[in-house]
Design a protein around this ligand. Sequence first.
Ligand code: ATP
Length: 554
Amino acid sequence: MAEPKENLQMEKIVSLCKRRGFIFQSSEIYGGINGFWDYGPLGAELKRNVKELWWNTMTRQRDDVAGLEATIIMSPAIWKASGHVDTFSDPMCDCKKCKKRHRADQLCEDQGLTLIKNADGKFALPEGTKCTNCDSKELTEPRPFNLMFKTYVGPVESEDNVAYLRPETAQAIFAQFKNVLETSRQKVPFGIGQIGKAFRNEVTPRNYTFRSREFEQMELEFFIKPDEAIEAIHGSVVTVPETGHPGEPQPNWGWQAWHQYWVEERVRFYENIGLSRETLGFHRQTPAELAHYARACTDILFKFPFSKQDENGNVAGDELEGIAARSDFDLSQHARFSGKPMGVFDDELRQAWAKLPKEKQDDLWRRYYENRKNYLTKSAKPDETAEQIQKQATDDANGLAKGQYIPHVIEPSAGVDRLILALIANAYTETTKTDDKGKSETIYTMKFHPRVAPIKVGVLPLLKNKPDLVKKALAVRDLLRPWMNVYYDDGGSIGKRYARQDEAGTPFCVTIDFDTLGEKPELLDTVTLRYRDDGRQERLKISELRDWLLARVR
Ligand code: ATP
């Protein structure tokens, strides 16, 4: 049977990644370990560039975001409060015949079916579901499988010492919210960003690095005022169109505008590193898909070679990043579970509230009360009574009237590894060249945007046995090296060296030739600069080279 085209494309990408040192299987010499991947020399540079660009864009270039670097293992109480201990699971089922284990929702999806969720929260397989490995219809009922990796802290392996490898970086941000607020001199609205490892014991890792068991996330928690506070201060909450960038943040933005702002900011980020809007897709979660506390969630998708086509041949793509409006759920949970206050005091709100007509105060009070009661009811602990919940919601609404609230949050949460895979798939280009004798050859070019390219410039002396050329080339290398990743290559014909850099995705090469040394006096101290994508060449002064390159690779 013919290999489906998209898998062939993935196979070629996987093969290039291994051949050129972008991605290797973890523990390969021992047969590998499913769901774990290592980044080779080029992959490591690519990843570093992506993370640095995210960090710069999201924290350093903004006044309203601070950074954090927290531990991977944290108090298990965090995962209790966040809901991960009780509900962070995927439905899993086994084939009774061949024993293959499946993620039940994916198994159904692969067969054009939908997993059934019963009113009691339990899952069931729809009629006709079969094992994709052996076609047997004898499958166990789906059961939840918690995705957190468990370990023990200290020498005793007891239940008291259980800890988890974090399944997301976000929770540390919530847990450190107060510390960051107090030390960074930030005021709501502001954000906290973090990049770091996350671990999920995925039932079926697949699609290369797309679904791994160890991966990295780049997450921002952007804290905003509740809409009732905005309304009290500014008279009304501004909403923005659901398409397009809403422009510079405004004080009267509510959660909807902030959410739209972050979706568009993140799209700009992707466009800035070479993923055009046409390569992306969007999925706005439906009310049925949303978590009970979430107001909205927009996934930014990338059209991977393995992404499925719908019946009309359209490809939506697979998730790169989710941007969720999570209400005040997260900080509220930590406030309740830790017993530590997570609210902020907003003097502008207190003053504005005092000036509101009684009717408006009552209206806002009531709406805030209802929202809080709704949250408290849905996340009530078993021993909490309706009276307690009402009292707490009343206290919270009274707090609002005095300028106090728990911030709401917009969360753009991106996966580094998925982005790396998207950048690799997007950059991969294959061309076939036929020479005069009719011999054809396939040329591979990784057309990375210069900002993410692992190597920014190749420095090549035309010949390696001419000391003057080599000396000059080494001087050019040393001139550029403090500023960017340079690759010096003197091995083989110049054509071969260009081809090597094309495969590595190096956007520019400079060649030091006899004209550089002054063979044509007017070309003294100039180099040949070659563009990766079209092979175009031009002459550039060495004295201008650094700034010319920096303008393009940063
Ligand atoms: P999916 O539905 O694909 O499992 P998710 O919605 O559970 O993803 P989130 O919990 O929103 O993912 O995590 C945020 C981001 O982290 C995702 O958009 C993705 O880029 C990345 N991510 C999540 N799980 C994995 C994984 N197993 N491997 C690689 N990246 C991941």
